[in-house]
Structures are given as structure tokens and as C-alpha cells.
Write a protein that binds this ligand. Structure first.
Ligand code: UDX
Ligand code: ADP
Length: 460
């Protein structure tokens, strides 16, 4: 029986996942540790570091009972029989595989650290998304630094939660995958983790596999989902040219039960910490194995994604130039999707960068992302301080429209749908343009008010 679990990494994956595990297993102590003191302080406060609907309720139920957040990484590694690693594995920005391969520095340093301080056998669970065969590397590190007689079992247990719906995804997962070594000890370790999940997940939804299948499943699930979005987004351009309506096309194809209706919503491009990273990773692995055509195929998903956000920005720039509008755009939404404060790889970052490069001033409003984060996102892609001075941040949705004739909707927040667009229009100038990058507004109603509307995948 596992009595104590430690999770290294209190981020978007570690925090919500461990909160649910603690809620559903009141007899197990769950310790979430992170080197980031501010993050841990926030987890221990009423102001959690991540915004996720329903998360605070689950945390409040278990925190202090069997769920604990701490910076004392060593203490809880030592105490626990099972250790989840949920640290970030971003795309490498330098060295071999730069721009494609996953940077495993955090993961590897955790493995080394666990091995060096462990005084008893432990089960190590890979939660972070990793390239196939990472567990082999982790095993090498663990074996190299382990004290004499100490054994580690490695399990791969990828997380499939989507931000914004994480609590529901964790509560009722389509499936849980647990990959383990095909040996007696591997089977015992797998069963221990199966027991933890079976507190709330039906046994038939818990799939046990070998380690490599589990690692590859996560990468390919994300690649397939991203591919669907690039497919529909590539068609949105075709719709704009032909007069077909992308929402009607998506509905028509989605009614084919072989295709299904999910993940067919066209957008300004997919964002988030996973899709691009995982496909780049897949491309890198395929290339490393000499599978050039496979690598090219998946790389095209990324190419379409970049093209989609760039053509959106270009349409705005063209409208401003052709109509000699003042160079100011109101950006509604910075998060990569609604119901999260996460902006990693959000299309907004790249669209804003393209507008800034033309000297266009930007008013941004997002219900959950703060100015500090917006500046950090733009700095990360090397936007100069001079260009950053063209960003104005609005605390509310009234100021964001000031002096601007162009509104761009980049995140599908519900509140944008519910705005009183008539009042917003009446406050403005003679001509107001709306670029609806999420197709959340009714173009006919907006046109009746007086707006000039450009919805993605619909003829303007
Ligand atoms: C994704 C996977 O869904 C999840 O299983 C995995 O664990 C992590 O990566 P996430 O990135 O949090 O989750 O959100 P997701 O809902 O998949 O959306 C990703 C991006 O695709 C967002 O920018 C979203 O706006 C966009 N998207 C999604 C579309 O443009 N159209 C769609 O139909 C669906
Ligand atoms: P994810 O979306 O994968 O959860 P995040 O960036 O939100 O990614 O969270 C990862 C967390 O892992 C961060 O809070 C980071 O501080 C933490 N982390 C990374 N490396 C280590 C480490 N070696 N020891 C402890 N915490 C770590």
C-alpha cells in the first residue's frame, strides 16, 4: 500500500492532479513540492497560482488534511514511497535539437536528486510529457546515482487534462494510461498506481501498457488533436475565398460518426504549452530516426498554425493601411483559451508581435491574464522595450476600446459574447471593425449595429 505520495512540480499539471488524487484517496498523504517559493505560498493561500474552474473547492477540501504544499523537496521525497515528476519540459532553446526537442534538464535533475537522497526503494512516476524512451534515460540516471541496494521502478502516467476543464477531465477521465516495465516488479508497481486511480476511475478505463506505448500515446494524442485544428484552420482560408461558412462545414463533417464533432472549432491558431511542443518533439524523434517524410508530415501542422495567426494579423494590418485608420487595435483576450490564466504559446503573443512590428499600438484586456505576464510573454520572443511601450493594458473592458477603430477577439471568453456591443459601438468612431478570431459573435447582428465584421472562415 502506498501511504505517502510526493509530486515534484506544483504547476498546471501537478497542482490539479494531486488535488484530485488527495480528494479521492483521503487515506494517502499527498505532498506537492516545488522549488518556487512564491508558487507554494500561493497554493497555501486563498489566491491559488492557477485559475482553473472548480480547483479551489477541491483544494479546500483536502489541504491541511492529506494534501500539503511545500518547498521542502528533500523531506517529502525521503518520506514518500511514490514520487510523481510533473516539472516543465519546454522546447529546447539551445544545443542539440534546438527549437524541436524537449528540454529534459528539470526532469533529469529531479531524477538525479531523488537517487542521491533516497534511502529506500521508490516508484517514480513520469507525469511530465516526455519523448519516447525518456524513461530509459531516467532509469540510467537513477541507477547511476542510487545508493547501494536501493531499487527504483519507473512508471509512465501521462496527463490528458485540458486547461479550463481540468477538474472535469480529472474527475471523469476518458482513460488513464499507466505504462510500466514488463516484469514482476514492474507489475507490482503498476498495480499500486492502478489502485490509487481506481478510487474513482472505473477499472475498464485504466489502461496498462508497456512504458514506450504510454510515452508515445501522450505525444500522439496531442499531435492528432492539433492536426484536427490545423486541418479545420486550413479550410477556414478556403471558406473565406469561396464563400463557404467554416462553422457549417465543421458541423456537416462532424456529424459523420467516423469523424466526430469535437475539436473542429476554427480559431486564430492553437496555443498552450503542449500542442506545439509535442509535435516539435515528434518531428524531432522522426528526424532522428531518419523518417524524413513522417517528420515533414507532422511539421506541416505547425506550419499551418503559424500561417493562421500570421494571416489574421496581416488582415488587420491591411485594413488599417487601406482605410487609413489610426494605428491602434483593441485586443480582447490574451489567454490561449478561455477559463485559464495560462498564456503559454497563445496566438495573442504572435499576433501582437506582428502588429507591434508595424508600429501599431495595442490595448489589451483579458479577464485573467495580468500585464506582467503579457510583457513577459512578449519579452520571451524578444520584442524590444521600445515596441513594448506600444502595449496598453486595460483593467476592464471599457477602457480597452478607447481611441481604437479595430477590435480583435483572440480568446473565446464568455464575457465577450455577453457584451453590450450596441453601447460599445455608440461610444466609438464612425467606422468600427471587428476581427472575430474565434467566431463567437453573430456577424449579422453586429453588422446591423454598424460594425464591419471579419469572422475567421467566413467571407467578410
Ligand atoms: C491539450 C490536450 O487537449 C490535453 O489532453 C493535454 O493533456 C494537454 O494539451 P490544452 O492545451 O490545455 O490541452 O487545451 P485544449 O483544449 O486542447 O486546447 C488547445 C488549443 O487548441 C487552444 O488554443 C484552443 O483554443 C485550441 N482549439 C481547441 C481550437 O482552436 N479549436 C478546437 O476545436 C479546440
Ligand atoms: P506544467 O504545465 O507542466 O505543470 P508548469 O511550468 O506550470 O508546467 O509547472 C512546473 C513546475 O515545476 C514549476 O512550478 C517549476 O518551478 C517546477 N520545477 C521545475 N523543476 C523543478 C525541480 N528541479 N524541483 C522542484 N520543482 C521544479
Amino acid at each position: 500500500m502506498v501511504k505517502n505520495i510526493c509530486c515534484i512540480g506544483a504547476g498546471y499539471v501537478g497542482g490539479p492532479t494531486m488535488s484530485i488524487i488527495a480528494q479521492k484517496n483521503p487515506d494517502i498523504n499527498v505532498y506537492v513540492v516545488d522549488k518556487n517559493e512564491k508558487r507554494i505560498d500561493e497554493w497555501n493561500s486563498s489566491n491559488l497560482p492557477i485559475f482553473e474552474p472548480g480547483l479551489d473547492k477541491v483544494v479546500n477540501e483536502s489541504r491541511g488534511r492529506n494534501l500539503f504544499f511545500s518547498t521542502d523537496v528533500d523531506k517529502y521525497i525521503t518520506l514518500s514511497e511514490m514520487i510523481f515528476i510533473a516539472v516543465n519540459t519546454p522546447t529546447k532553446t539551445e544545443g542539440e535539437g534546438k527549437g524541436y526537442a524537449a528540454d529534459l534538464t528539470n526532469l533529469e535533475s529531479c531524477a538525479k536528486h531523488i537517487a542521491m537522497i533516497s534511502e529506500k526503494d521508490k516508484i517514480i512516476v513520469e507525469k511530465s510529457t516526455v519523448p519516447v524512451k525518456t524513461s530509459e534515460k531516467i532509469r540510467e540516471i537513477l541507477n547511476k546515482y542510487a545508493k547501494d541496494g536501493i531499487n527504483f521502478q519507473i512508471l509512465s502516467n501521462p496527463e490528458f487534462l485540458a486547461e479550463g476543464t481540468a477538474m472535469r477531465d480529472l474527475e471523469i477521465p476518458d482513460r488513464v494510461i499507466i505504462g510500466g516495465e514488463q516484469s514482476e516488479k514492474g507489475k507490482i508497481a503498476t498495480d499500486l498506481l492502478v489502485n490509487i486511480y481506481s478510487s474513482w476511475v472505473p477499472k475498464e478505463n485504466i489502461l496498462t501498457t508497456n512504458l514506450w506505448s504510454s510515452e508515445l500515446s501522450k505525444l500522439t494524442a496531442n499531435a492528432f488533436l492539433a492536426q484536427r485544428i490545423s486541418s479545420i484552420n486550413s479550410l477556414s482560408e478556403l471558406c473565406e475565398e469561396t464563400g463557404a461558412d467554416i462553422d457549417e462545414v465543421a458541423k456537416a463533417i462532424g456529424m459523420d460518426s467516423r469523424i466526430g464533432n469535437k475539436f473542429l472549432k476554427t480559431s486564430v491558431a492553437f496555443g498552450g504549452s503542449c500542442f506545439q511542443k509535442d509535435i516539435l518533439n515528434l518531428v524531432y524523434i522522426a528526424k532522428s530516426l531518419g523518417l524524413k517524410k513522417v517528420a515533414e508530415y507532422w511539421n506541416q501542422v505547425i506550419i499551418i498554425n503559424k500561417h493562421q495567426r500570421s494571416r489574421f494579423a496581416k488582415k488587420i494590418i491591411k485594413t488599417i493601411d487601406e482605410n487609413q485608420l489610426n494605428k491602434k487595435v483593441s485586443l480582447l483576450g490574451w489567454a490561449f483559451k478561455k477559463d485559464t490564466n495560462d498564456s503559454r504559446e497563445s496566438a495573442s503573443i504572435y499576433i501582437a508581435a506582428e502588429l507591434l512590428s508595424k508600429g501599431i499600438e495595442i490595448n489589451v484586456y483579458d479577464p485573467k491574464v495580468e500585464l506582467k505576464q503579457i510583457r513577459k510573454d512578449l519579452k520571451y520572443i524578444k520584442i524590444s522595450d521600445e515596441k513594448l511601450s506600444l502595449i496598453n493594458y486595460s483593467e476592464n473592458h471599457y477602457d480597452v476600446f478607447e481611441d481604437s477603430n479595430v477590435i480583435a477577439i483572440l480568446t473565446e471568453w464568455d464575457e465577450f459574447v455577453n457584451y453590450d456591443w450596441k453601447t460599445i459601438y455608440s461610444k466609438g468612431f464612425k467606422k468600427k471593425y471587428i476581427f472575430d478570431g474565434r467566431n463567437i459573435l453573430d456577424p449579422i447582428k453586429l453588422k446591423e449595429i454598424g460594425f464591419i465584421v471579419d469572422s475567421i472562415g467566413k467571407r467578410a
